[in-house]
Design a protein around this ligand. Structure first.
Ligand code: SAM
Length: 440
């Protein structure tokens, strides 16, 4: 649909191809009418002013738009609505194009920005950017819009952003994120009501951090930031090569862990079976006698358990035991065949979680300690070799750290050292044994 261009001020541009009425349009046209009709909106000047505090809008503009705009930038806003973000974008750029599915929203925008000579608004299809020239946009954004779009439209927009962004141009896309703990909490809190009171959910399409990154990457964009913002997330993509972040990175770029999986697969060949020896058995029983006697333990879990001599000691005292292992040592306990970093077991699975001579084999010991804190209801037992050269030279030993370093990692994982022991594993080698207790 084309709009007559006013003699001065904000203009519209006619789309290059006829626009079919987007499935999202009726809802928003109706909302625009409702906004004019209902008295509760009278105290606001513009549609959208009723959607939360201006501080949040400014925070988003400062952090997710301003870094990518210069005074000579051409900016595209998808779904400007009542113009809440448009207002701030316009003052920072040379030219702005707003594309909205709702003709009624476009009319509002034309009225609001009628004196603005650097703004154009057009009605869009809801999934593409027809009418916008290739490589003509330095920065594109959508706030409170993709939270309601289906995957096919999200992907459609990503493909179009790849086309319309200049080389090295950026786009910031706000979306609803299930992988954001706040987003998940919101979902759980409202689920029952949405089920029982039909119609209370409204239009809402959640994605996850990695699905969103995947759709952008499949469209040929490069993810540069993908961050939780309140209950939702904002994805920043570029059409160019990944930029080197200057200054402090402010969060994860992507939640796609396939590279970690590839690295762990590469390291899997280094994992070897620990053949049970008298020394190991005696040392682990002595550690258990010294550090675990008298503790209230009904269930114990050992990560990377091998033949599990510590679990043997516990089982003999009536404790329910479970091991997690990738190896194939003889073991009499219930066993899960899994990577010790990712057991998949529920939170608070056991009173005691054991990592005996396994943390030194981990390429990411802090993450494993986080996992132990998650799995434990109260205690953890950590046994690691001391940092003598003999251990560093062993195969599959990636994290042979000093004692102060281990203590730092325990603290970071919110454990305190409740008791400790310097043990003798073999006649000439020392091991450090720590009984840890979770901080409340
Ligand atoms: C919740 S409002 C947000 C408006 C504005 N971005 C803000 O945060 O104040 C959503 C806007 O996006 C528009 N919209 C919905 N689906 C769209 C789509 N697929 N493409 C472009 N605009 C869309 C609606 O018409 C509406 O104006």
């Amino acid at each position: 649909m084309a709009f007559p261009a006013p003699a001065c001020g904000a203009r519209t541009v006619a789309p290059a191809l006829p626009v079919f009425r987007s499935r999202y349009a009726p809802w928003w046209d109706d909302y625009s009418d409702l906004w004019d009709r209902e008295p509760q909106f009278r105290r606001y000047q513009y549609l959208g002013d009723d959607w939360g505090p201006e501080d949040y809008v400014l925070h988003v503009i400062e952090n997710y738009a301003a870094p990518y705009i210069t005074p000579s930038s051409r900016v595209l806003e998808i779904g400007p609505g009542g113009g809440r973000y448009t207002n701030h974008l316009l003052s920072r750029c040379a030219e702005l194009i707003g594309v909205d599915v709702s003709v009624k929203m476009v009319r509002r925008l034309l009225r609001r920005f009628q004196n603005q000579t650097n703004a154009q608004f057009l009605q869009g299809s809801g999934h593409d950017l027809r009418g916008i020239a290739d490589r003509s946009i330095d920065f594109a954004c959508a706030f409170n819009v993709f939270v309601q779009l289906e995957a096919e439209d999200v992907y459609g927009y990503f493909c179009e952003l790849r086309r319309v962004l200049t080389d090295g141009g950026h786009a910031a896309i706000h979306y609803a994120d299930f992988s954001n703990p706040e987003g998940w909490k919101y979902f759980l809190e409202n689920r029952a009501r949405w089920i029982s009171e039909w119609g209370t959910r409204g239009r809402f399409c959640e994605f996850t951090n990695s699905t969103m990154a995947m759709l952008a990457e499949r469209a040929g964009l490069t993810v540069v930031r993908n961050q939780y913002v309140g209950r939702d997330s904002i994805l920043v993509v570029t059409s160019g090569k990944p930029e080197v972040l200057s200054g402090r990175p402010t969060g994860p770029t992507t939640r796609d862990f396939t590279q970690i999986e590839r690295s762990l697969d590469a390291l899997a060949a280094d994992v070897y079976n620990e053949v049970p020896t008298e020394h190991h058995t005696a040392a682990s029983h002595k550690t258990a006698e010294t550090l675990l006697s008298g503790l209230q333990i009904t269930e114990a879990l050992e990560l990377g358990c091998g033949s599990a001599p510590t679990l043997d000691w516990l089982k003999a005292r009536g404790v329910k035991t479970l091991g997690v292992s990738l190896g194939s040592e003889p073991c009499v306990h219930s066993l899960i065949h899994a990577d010790m970093h990712f057991s998949g077991l529920p939170t608070s699975s056991a009173d005691l979680v054991i990592a005996r001579h396994t943390l030194e084999h981990s390429p990411m010991p802090l993450l494993m300690l986080f996992e132990m804190a998650r799995l434990s209801r109260r205690y953890a037992l950590v046994v690691v070799p001391c940092d003598e050269q003999i251990w560093i030279d062993w195969p599959n030993h990636y994290s042979v750290l000093s004692k102060p370093m281990w203590r730092k990692l325990f603290t970071r994982a919110r454990f305190r050292v409740a008791a400790e022991l310097d043990g003798r594993l073999e006649p000439n080698s020392t091991e450090w044994c720590f009984l840890l207790e979770k901080e409340s």
